[in-house]
Write a protein that binds this ligand. Structure first.
Ligand SMILES: [Zn+2]
Length: 342
């Protein structure tokens, strides 16, 4: 196989007769007027060079390599064949994103996570315009790094189609594509919605495909983070229950506020870890923490709760072991992406 390399992408031009075998299938993306055939795994796609080149400088470079004129070199349906190292799922998704944009991204239909994965993966590898920034925007909207934005999010995802195990897949995508910003929010949701056993099963489900991308040891890091949050609930977000703040100096019913305090403590003692960490993850109102407290005590306690919650939120990357140096210096080259968009 003759090989030419451009921008870390290896293009193989197969000798006559080996580019197409009985096992090779044609994708539904097979345009009669296409002028290039891409092959990923055992699937071929007949596409347009101009479409790919206009969106990706890497494909532009690949197509600028003089194509063989020797009749011994293989062509399929009159087109040169470019062999890619990517999965056929990624190239199928890529064609959908380039040719079926309205079907994939409409206001009625949420986007499949696999398309977001393709946008991140191929956006980076082939420097497709806007792919990576759009995918990041969607993920960061659903899993914000800001506590107020996270509180404002609805129960369901706004842009991404929800599927079983989606949180674990997002976690793997974040590890694969070095998107540390979304992981604290994703891990908190995993901790809130899964028992330790379910957590293990969730990570195991995609481990074969994505496991080698993990930068932390899962599910251990997730479980350790859960323990840290649980400790932070008793030591920080609910410290006002025992640190002398309540009853406050302006309390109008000391006996009632003391009783409310006791009831909250009893409630917390009965909870599992998974349930108790809601005293960090949920807002003051969601946890109904005003119940039984006079207005003054409620105000004092709410301020303490909200302040501690912010503090714990900022500690999440540390709790989940995400501050390791392995995350540094591997992010998208913003300057390069900006240049490509000009
Ligand atoms: Zn009071």
């Amino acid at each position: 196989m003759a090989e030419q390399s451009t921008s870390n992408v290896t293009v193989g031009i197969m000798p006559n007769g080996t580019s197409s075998s009985p096992l090779v299938t044609r994708s539904r993306f097979w345009f009669d007027d296409g002028n290039i055939v891409l092959q990923a795994e055992s699937t071929q796609f007949k596409l347009h060079r101009s479409v790919l080149a206009s969106q990706s400088p890497v494909f532009r470079d690949i197509f600028s390599i003089p194509q063989p004129t020797d009749s011994n070199e293989a062509t399929v349906d009159g087109c040169p064949v470019v062999h890619l190292q990517d999965s056929e799922e990624d190239i199928e998704n890529l064609c959908g994103l380039l040719y079926d944009t309205l079907r994939i991204h409409t206001f009625k239909k949420k986007m499949e996570l696999s398309h977001i994965g393709t946008m991140l993966r191929l956006g980076r590898k082939y420097r497709f315009k806007h792919f990576r920034s759009e995918a990041l925007h969607l993920l960061e909207h659903e899993f914000p790094s800001d506590l107020a934005e996270s509180d404002a999010n609805a129960a369901d995802y706004q842009y991404i189609a929800s599927t079983t195990g989606i949180l674990f897949e997002v976690a793997y995508l974040a590890h694969e594509n070095c998107i540390k910003s979304v992981l604290p929010g994703v891990y908190v949701l995993i901790c809130l919605n899964h028992s330790p056993q379910a957590m293990k099963e969730g990570f195991d489900l995609h481990r074969e495909k994505y496991g080698h991308f993990l930068r932390t040891e899962e599910p251990l890091s997730c479980l350790l983070g859960r323990e840290h949050i649980h400790r932070a609930v008793s030591q920080k977000t609910l410290a006002w229950l025992y640190d002398g703040s309540i009853p406050c100096s302006k309390c109008v019913n000391v006996a009632a506020c003391n009783l409310a305090r006791t009831n909250h403590v009893l409630d917390i003692m009965k909870r599992s870890i998974q349930s108790a960490i809601r005293f960090f993850a949920d807002t003051w109102l969601q946890n109904k923490l005003s119940a039984g407290l006079c207005t003054s005590c409620s105000g004092v306690a709410m301020y303490a709760y909200n302040t501690a919650r912010e503090e714990v939120w900022h500690s999440l990357p540390e709790y989940f072991g995400l501050n390791a140096p392995i995350w540094d210096g591997d992010d998208v080259d913003d300057e390069e992406e900006k240049e490509d968009m000009d």
